[in-house]
Design a protein around this ligand. Structure first.
Ligand code: AMP
Ligand code: MG
Length: 330
């Protein structure tokens, strides 16, 4: 159901000013970040934040990440901030690392899903930073997609999901990382990753000089961290390279779309099945992640019966990709 907006695509020189002005009026604007497009609203305005939940169809108890222009804004939103937060901010901000801290008493519970913690980060995208600087405030911004759907990494994908439901989309090209930020809990006794992302567990433990706990896959630590998430509308299935080689002949006959990365996988599809639809994914984790959502989004438009994805390698740098893939195929 549309919310009755005439959603505007903001481009050109005045785009940032227009975005700032709409946000000051309490509207939602989709903004590019270096991870995925975010659906932003003034985090100090509960009515504006409420519009995020309505536009996305997101349950009200799912907490939002608040984006701030620089580290000096931390104290406006959080209390009892540990030194580790400043050390990590110095190394990784602006960037795809979200820190979970104790929330300041004045922060409205609609932002934090009723929790006494708050998730904060400084994003690296120049347009998002320009908007934040223009506002001199915080923007709550979950991914700019309908609840449970794929996070958008291009403006067209935002419009496809939210046209008529939000005031505007700020055009910012394709997102650099293509996967959501790493979320690090600094409130628990031992720092722990709540969501794997572009900043790896190894980078965090190197920076902190201590052990950082790993995410337990699919454990619902908070509402919003759910097992089935980031899903294309076409049913998707994850197969190991061995399973792919064994099952490809049968699967190929059923209007499947294949995403493969290994040479064996490619050879299997090339030689045996001339009519099969398939695409080769990159062999580095960063590039695979950058292309994952947009690739799934594009395949969704093609009407395949299912998407068969060759499971990428395991290991620390592939953790975020594998996490999203297991949720997409859950
Ligand atoms: P999204 O903005 O859609 O990328 O999702 C934001 C995610 O951040 C939520 O789904 C939670 O998993 C996490 N998050 C945000 N705030 C908190 C919080 N206060 N405590 C724990 N997790 C949080
Ligand atoms: Mg999301």
């Amino acid at each position: 159901m549309s919310q009755g907006y005439n959603t505007v695509l903001l481009t050109g020189e005045d785009a940032v000013n227009q975005a700032v002005s709409l946000l000051q009026q309490g509207e939602c604007v989709a903004l590019p970040t270096e991870t995925v497009y975010g659906l932003a609203a003034d985090a100090s305005n509960p009515d504006a934040v409420d519009k995020i939940f309505t536009a996305k169809g997101r349950p009200k108890n799912h907490p939002l990440i608040v984006h701030i222009p620089d580290v000096s804004h931390l104290t406006r939103w959080a209390v009892d901030i540990p030194e580790t937060a400043y050390a990590l901010a110095a190394q990784f901000w602006p960037g795809p690392l979200t820190l979970l801290l104790k929330k300041a008493p004045h922060v409205d519970s609609c932002v934090t899903g009723g929790l006494d913690t708050i998730a904060l980060r400084v994003p690296a995208h120049p347009l998002f930073l320009a908007v934040l600087t223009g506002l001199d405030g915080g923007l709550a911004a979950p991914s700019a997609n309908r609840y449970k759907q794929l996070s958008p990494t291009i403006a067209e994908q935002v419009t496809r999901g939210l046209d008529g439901r939000i005031a505007a989309v700020l055009e910012g090209g394709a997102c650099d990382h293509g996967l959501e930020s790493t979320i690090l809990d600094l409130v628990s006794e031992q720092p722990r990753v709540l969501r794997a992302g572009p900043i790896s567990q190894q980078q965090l433990s190197d920076a902190l000089g201590c052990k950082v706990e790993l995410p337990v896959q699919h454990v619902e630590v908070v509402p919003g961290n759910v097992k089935a998430h980031y899903q294309p509308t076409t049913p998707a299935k994850l197969l190991s390279t061995e399973q792919l080689l064994a099952q490809a002949p049968e699967l190929a006959s059923g209007n499947s779309y294949f995403l493969v990365w290994s040479e064996q996988g490619q050879k299997q599809l090339e030689t045996k099945h001339t009519k099969v639809q398939w695409r080769v994914m990159p062999t580095t984790a960063a590039e695979f992640g950058q292309q994952l959502y947009v690739t799934l989004y594009q395949i969704d438009q093609l009407g395949a019966a299912q998407i068969i994805i060759e499971q990428p390698p395991q290991g620390d740098e592939w953790r975020a990709v594998n996490d999203r893939l297991s949720r997409a195929t859950s």
